[in-house]
Design a binder for this molecule. Structure first.
Ligand code: AHM
Ligand code: MG
Length: 327
């Protein structure tokens, strides 16, 4: 087993010290969230809290607990300008006069939390942008394109706790080592095969899909004798972290398109703390991420809880799906 710790790895990549400390704070928050998730059944916190988040979704108690932990641990970082959380309506400003060099962290403290009571993998997703100029602390100031991310990643709370990160130099996977408490490098240089025969989509929404997505899936399902000329496998975890982790490990494509049921909102998944960080990770691993019509990282945000269609994974398959959209 490699003994490279998260810090040693970030130092080897010559990561700026402020960014390294911020990433370590995020890793600490994730370790603490992992502990709460693991003890959730004993503490009786796997159920719904009596609240809704800004998207009108019922919050799980652990959603709220995870968000509080993240705020406590990461919110104290001295280089942090603001936190933007899936669970909190307003931008959480940590500085009254953010300066060039300060960071904005966008995060989903517990993604896939509908899987908690059935004991499937969930995770924490984060995206980090560094300000290149002083800003006034207004919500519009955090509407920054995904191309400006300096780092992104997620923690996955599964059979083991993993941490997958990029600081723009490829993607590396770590596993929490319970004895030492460290995240140790276990999956260096993760890369996504360009081609695949596996897709992930919530097929119960078939009736609501727009023609490009329906035609693409129909053609995949026709197998060897259909237009794609190969048999496809299907997976759907209903937990984006788990689906993306599989794609980073063995390839595949993930789709959560806009459809007749969610088009008014722009899709289901959120741009700034779900699509952008996963998009950066996938691109850094040699894959592609698209709305169907263009690169996710190029979407100009209009709100910090904005939703977008998400198609990501093996780059040749993403290009095929974009082709169905252009037809
Ligand atoms: P959440 O942030 O409220 O957990 O929602 C995001 C999750 C993703 O992890 C997952 O891909 C998707 O919602 C599953 O949606 P569905 O329940 O429609 O399958
Ligand atoms: Mg989420």
């Amino acid at each position: 087993m490699t003994q490279t710790t998260l810090r040693q790895h970030l130092q080897a990549q010559q990561t700026d010290t402020d960014l390294m400390i911020l990433m370590e704070d995020i890793a600490t928050a994730c370790r603490m969230i992992a502990d709460r998730v693991r003890h959730g059944a004993f503490a009786g916190v796997l159920g719904a809290a009596e609240t809704e988040n800004v998207q009108g979704e019922t919050q799980k108690e652990l959603d709220v607990i995870s968000d509080e932990l993240f705020q406590q641990v990461v919110g104290g970082n001295p280089s942090l300008a603001a936190l933007v959380s899936e669970e909190v309506d307003e931008v959480n400003w940590r500085k009254t006069a953010p300066q060039a060099g300060d960071f904005v962290v966008y995060y989903d403290p517990l993604d896939g939390s509908s899987n908690l009571d059935v004991n499937l993998s969930v995770g924490t997703i984060f995206s980090i942008v560094r300000l290149n100029a002083a800003i006034a602390p207004e919500a519009s100031a955090v509407q920054i394109k995904g191309t400006k991310q300096v780092a992104a990643g997620y923690a996955i709370y599964g059979p083991s706790t993993g941490l997958v990160i990029t600081v723009g130099q490829g993607v590396d996977g770590f596993t929490h080592h319970p004895g030492s408490g460290e995240f140790l490098l276990t999956q260096p240089e993760m890369s996504i095969p360009p081609e695949t025969k596996e897709f992930a989509i919530n097929a119960s929404r078939y009736d609501m899909w727009h023609p490009p997505v329906r035609n693409y899936i129909d053609d995949c399902l026709r197998g060897k004798n259909g237009p794609r000329g190969k048999t496809f496998n299907m997976r759907w975890c209903a937990s984006m972290v788990a689906d993306v982790h599989r794609i980073l490990t063995r390839g595949g494509v993930f789709l959560y398109p806009a459809d007749a049921g969610n088009a008014a909102q722009g899709g289901k998944l959120r741009l700034m703390y779900e699509a952008n960080p996963m998009g950066m990770l996938v691109e850094q691993a040699g894959g592609a991420s698209s709305t169907g019509l263009g690169r996710i990282l190029e979407v100009a945000p209009t709100g910090h809880h904005q939703r977008v269609p998400v198609i990501l994974g093996s780059r040749e398959e993403v290009a095929v799906i974009e082709g169905y959209h252009k037809k």
